[in-house]
Design a protein around this ligand. Structure first.
Ligand SMILES: Cc1cc2nc3c(=O)[nH]c(=O)nc-3n(C[C@H](O)[C@H](O)[C@H](O)COP(=O)(O)OP(=O)(O)OC[C@H]3O[C@@H](n4cnc5c(N)ncnc54)[C@H](O)[C@@H]3O)c2cc1C
Length: 227
């Protein structure tokens, strides 16, 4: 039987992973060039990748290399509504394409509920579904129950949604995504093309205890929200 352990630092797991990796990288003696935007790959006369050209501020930078690994992430930022940082516009994919690469599985994007207003680059994650939010449309109506078939309750669906983020037809968590999508498509979405996610039935003290980082992030002043 598989035995594993879960590493969970209550919302700061990613940051910790990043800092440990950064430290290990620094110790390995790798030369790091920061704040560079890679613009294209360099090819030799035979079409082999031999480096990359980029920009640091107004300066052009040329890097020659025997091997190039493209680790530029996805392209989620191309969607009108997304929770991705601004650099995820598929630069690496475009460079690879221009260099002659073939692509597979282009359709595999994770689609799921996120905070679209205020813009926080936040997915609606497990803690938030466990709060059993009231989800309402622009008419103030709770709508999820209408989409749940007989024998499937709103509570069951939210409990399942707390365990899986992206849309999948494999579990009944799908009714959350289907319900939100249909409400918006049928014209009952909010002015920001979303639905309302209301947890005001839960007191501030309880919210701070159960999801402190989410609560504090959402309460931050508008000037600090990502663009
Ligand atoms: C809101 C959100 C929540 C998520 N939550 C989870 C989670 O809970 N668990 C999980 O496993 N995954 C989660 N993910 C997915 C996870 O973040 C990604 O799968 C993962 O970060 C991909 O790693 P990567 O190294 O391929 O790309 P990234 O981490 O996206 O890194 C790509 C890097 O390349 C840089 N870059 C892009 N273009 C250029 C360019 N032209 N020049 C120079 N640099 C460039 C970018 O700035 C970025 O630093 C989440 C994603 C989002 C957006």
């Amino acid at each position: 039987m598989y035995q594993g352990s879960i590493v969970d630092l209550r919302g700061s797991t990613g940051l910790r992973i990043l800092s440990v990796l950064k430290q290990a990288n620094a110790q390995s003696g790798v030369q790091v060039v920061e704040n560079i935007r890679i613009l294209d790959l360099l090819l030799d006369d035979c079409g082999r990748v031999r480096g990359a050209v980029g920009q640091i501020g107004q300066e052009q930078a040329v890097i020659h290399a025997r091997a190039v690994v493209l680790a530029t992430g996805g392209a989620g930022r191309l969607f009108r509504k997304n929770v991705n940082p601004p650099t995820l516009e598929g630069d690496g994919w475009a460079m690879a394409y221009r260099a002659g690469a073939q692509f597979v599985n282009m359709e595999f994007f994770q689609i799921g509920p996120g905070v679209v207003n205020p813009r926080m680059d936040f997915i609606i994650h497990s803690h938030m579904w466990r709060l059993k939010p009231r989800m309402t449309n622009s008419n103030g109506q709770e709508f999820l129950e209408r989409y749940c078939p007989a024998g499937v309750s709103v509570d069951d669906v939210m409990d399942l949604k707390a365990m899986s983020y992206p849309f999948s037809v494999r579990t009944n968590a799908k009714y959350v995504d289907i319900a939100i999508f249909k409400e918006i498509m049928e014209g009952r979405g909010t002015p920001n093309d979303g639905v309302y996610f209301d947890v005001t039935h839960i007191g501030e003290e309880e919210l701070l205890k159960r999801c402190p980082i989410t609560y504090k992030t959402i309460r931050k002043p508008e000037a600090t929200w990502p663009k």
